[in-house]
Design a protein around this ligand. Structure first.
Ligand code: PNS
Length: 163
């Protein structure tokens, strides 16, 4: 069984992430969305439990997609799925520079691990979790940026953080 691992912070999941996950689900037998619990990002907006809940809601109609939390190195996590490959989305050349570095460090840890890149859908090349967090902070419209079903969760969290 060919497994794709779609890793990320998902703080929160965006329609850009979901587009990559869905396209990977058409190519691979199984997709594991790997939510990083200890990503080095400072002050995340959401807890890991909230991130996982939002990802689960977002992928609920994709039967070969599951969601897991990773508390360690991604390259070690990938060992759980024999022959798996990492899938990353590329929005711009600047993404590639970072992802190239990540691939090299991941290969030092797990030499068998390959990373494959899917180019972002042009509708989402501007989109990132940080843009969504910023929009939510200012109470801006989130429709078209994140799955409709999680907009209420994001707005609720933004309201709490604003207080
Ligand atoms: O959505 P992001 O923030 O681009 O995702 C980055 C992520 C979470 C995939 C990456 O930071 C990660 O896998 N972190 C786990 C720790 C790790 O393996 N780091 C690379 C070796 S130093």
């Amino acid at each position: 069984m060919k497994t794709a691992i779609c890793p990320g912070s998902f703080d929160p999941i965006t329609l850009g992430h979901l587009n990559i996950i869905e396209r990977a689900s058409h190519i691979f037998d199984r997709v594991v969305v790997c939510v990083a619990a200890n990503a080095s990002k400072t002050s995340p907006m959401f807890t890991v439990e909230e991130k996982v809940e939002m990802v689960r809601i977002a992928v609920k109609d994709l039967p070969n997609v599951s969601v897991e939390v990773n508390t360690g190195l991604l390259a070690e996590f990938a060992r759980r799925y024999e022959g798996s490959v990492l899938i990353k989305g590329l929005r711009a050349a600047s993404d590639f520079d970072y992802e190239f570095q990540m691939d090299l460090i991941n290969k030092r840890i797990n030499p068998a691990l390959e990373t494959m890149f899917l180019t972002a859908d042009q509708r989402y090349t501007f989109l990132s979790s940080s843009i969504v967090r910023e929009m939510a902070h200012y109470g801006a419209e989130l429709s078209g940026l994140v799955p409709e079903e999680i907009i209420g969760l994001i707005e609720g969290k933004a309201n709490i953080k604003r207080r």
